[in-house]
Design a protein around this ligand. Structure first.
Ligand code: URA
Length: 240
């Protein structure tokens, strides 16, 4: 396991903020393998090192990254009146703190990342660093060149929002592949609506350079394989 900063590990796996962790370290309350931590940014291997705060040893555990093939009819939330994507995580992979990193509409299917790593979620979703997300959208009418041009130019939606330029590729007569660099509410459906088309089926097929594992049945999930976390954070287009 790669060494990581003590403050990052502690803040991610406790209720302390990074600043609070730094204070605890400065006050000498944190020990690593029995010796007082020297600095908050010292590197630890949390699968090997024993970390204690005020004499109490913490159980550090790896963060979990799951790829789910989200089925339709399930909400991308941790809690809801109905079934959530977290309810679909099998018991052997379930743990406290899991949440879907980014939302898909209830009727949207496909790639969803479920994790307990808030920092990673922020990295891939924050407007500044938003990794590209690609969807297959089935329409109620043919995909046109004009749609592609309007998506590429930055489409104004009803209201005053203007979308960032998005890439639209025609895959079949009524099937488009669309790559977004932002995540506005119902964005793909609203973009097509602004072009006079209705989305009848929507499926997310990649995030960053990570493509949905098509061997996952709807509702199934699996841990990310080595290297896939890097693909997730890459801005390269996996469809080129
Ligand atoms: N755009 C939508 O309209 N819905 C989604 O679920 C994702 C992107």
């Amino acid at each position: 396991m790669k060494p990581e900063r003590l403050d990052k590990v502690l803040a991610a796996q406790s209720t302390w903020s990074r600043r609070e962790v730094r204070e605890l370290v400065d006050r000498g309350w944190v020990t690593v393998n029995g010796a007082p931590a020297r600095r908050a940014d010292q590197k630890i291997r949390w699968d090997e090192d024993r970390v204690a705060v005020a004499g109490k040893e913490l159980t550090l555990r790896p963060r979990l990254y799951l790829m789910m093939n989200k089925p339709a009819g399930v909400v991308s939330a941790t809690r809801d009146g109905g079934t959530t994507v977290i309810d679909l995580v099998p018991p052997e992979l379930r743990r406290g703190g899991l949440f879907p990193a980014g939302r898909l509409d209830k009727d949207t299917t496909g790639l969803l990342l479920i994790t307990d790593d808030g920092e990673l979620a922020h990295r891939i979703l924050s407007p500044k660093r938003h990794v590209p997300k690609t969807y297959l959208a089935r329409l109620d009418r043919p995909v046109t060149g004009e749609m592609a041009e309007r998506f590429a130019a930055g489409l104004p939606l009803a209201g005053e929002e203007v979308c960032l330029p998005a890439r639209l590729v025609r895959v079949e007569e009524d099937l488009a592949r669309v790559t977004l660099h932002q995540g506005m509410y119902h964005q793909i459906k609203r973009m097509f609506l602004a072009c006079g088309a209705r989305v009848v089926e929507l499926r997310r097929v990649s995030m960053g350079a990570l493509r949905l594992d098509e061997s996952l049945a709807p509702g199934q999930c699996r841990e990310l394989a080595p290297g896939e976390l890097e693909l997730l954070q890459s801005r390269e287009d996996p469809w080129e």
